[in-house]
Design a protein around this ligand. Sequence first.
Ligand SMILES: Cc1cc2nc3c(=O)[nH]c(=O)nc-3n(C[C@H](O)[C@H](O)[C@H](O)COP(=O)(O)OP(=O)(O)OC[C@H]3O[C@@H](n4cnc5c(N)ncnc54)[C@H](O)[C@@H]3O)c2cc1C
Length: 310
Amino acid sequence: MRYFSIEGCLYSGQAEIIPIKPETDNAGVGNAGKELVESKAASVHNYYLITKFFHMEKIVSRGIIDSYFAKLKNNLDIDVAIVGGGPSGLVAAYYLAKAGKKVALFDRKLAPGGGMWGGAMMFNDIIVQEEAMPIVRELGVSYRAYEQGTYVMDSVHTTSALIYQATKAGATLFNCYTVEDVVFKNERVAGVVVNWAPVQREGMHVDPLTIMAKAVLDGTGHDCEVSRTVARKNGIRLNTPTGDVIGERSLSVEEGERTTVENTKEVYPGLYVSGMAANGVSGSFRMGPIFGGMLMSGKKTAELILEALQ
Ligand SMILES: Cc1cc2nc3c(=O)[nH]c(=O)nc-3n(C[C@H](O)[C@H](O)[C@H](O)COP(=O)(O)OP(=O)(O)OC[C@H]3O[C@@H](n4cnc5c(N)ncnc54)[C@H](O)[C@@H]3O)c2cc1C
C-alpha cells in the first residue's frame, strides 16, 4: 500500500481530487485511493475526496517506452548509419549531424567511446597532435600543451565530450546494439542489420531488425567487422590493394597516424571506413594511444559522405 499526502499530490499534479458526498459509493476507485482519501480528507475537508493516482511507476515505464520506440521508429530510414562509437565514429556523427543529416550511431557496448576511455594501459590520458587540435577546440575539450606540438588531455573527459557533442548536434546513439550484417541492395550497401548485443553474445536465435541508410560507416576499429562481412558474404572487391580486408600491421605512430586519414574512404558503394577500421582494411599500421588521426579520420569521413549525399 502506498501513501501520498493530498497536499503533495495536488501540488505535484499526481492526483486528481474530486469532492463527493460521504454516502456516495466510491465505485471505480482502487483501495489505495480510498485509504489515502478517507484517512486524510476528514481532517482537512468536511467531505470525502476521491483521489485517482497517476502511479509514478507507470509514468516512468510509459515515458521510457514511448520515447524509445518513437526514437527507434524515427531512425528506421536515415542518411547515415555509423557502426562503432569510437573516436572516429563519434566525430563523424558530430559533423554529419551538425550539417543537418539524419545520423544514428550503433555501438555494442553499454558505454560508447571505444578504445578512448582507457588512455594507454589504463593511464587515462591521451595525446593529440597539433593538426587535430582545431577539432579538439571545436568540441570544447580541455587540454594542456605538451612537447613537440603535442597536447595531453584526460581520456575520460575527452570521450564524454565527444559523446556529448555528437548527441547535442543531433546524432542519435543506440548503445548495446550489434551490427551483425548490412543490407545489400542493387550492388551497394544500403543499411545495417542490428540486434541487441547480449542476444548475439548469448548466441540466441533471434532475428534482427534493419535500418536503411544512404551511407554506412564502418568505424568498428581493429576488427573492421562491417567491411569484413561485406567482403566475405557478397563476393565483391573492396577498394583496397587486394580487394579484401588486409588486416592491420604492427605499431608505428607517425605512419599509422598519417595512413589513418589517407585510408579513410568509400571502400564499396555506400560503405565508408574510418579510424582503425580504415587502416585495418588497407593493411596499415596501428599507432597506440595518440588520437589525432582518429579525430581527423572522423571529420574526413563526414566530409566525404556529405559530398556524396549532395
Ligand atoms: C575496447 C577497446 C580497447 C582498446 N584499447 C587500446 C589500447 O589499450 N591501446 C591501443 O593502442 N589501442 C587500443 N584500442 C584501439 C584504439 O583505442 C584505437 O586506436 C582507437 O580507439 C580507434 O578508434 P576508432 O574510432 O577506430 O574506434 P574504436 O575505438 O576501436 O571503437 C570501435 C567501437 O566499435 C564498436 N563495435 C565494433 N564492432 C561493432 C559492431 N559489429 N556493432 C556495433 N558496434 C561495434 C566497439 O564496441 C567500439 O566501441 C582499443 C580499442 C577498443 C575498442
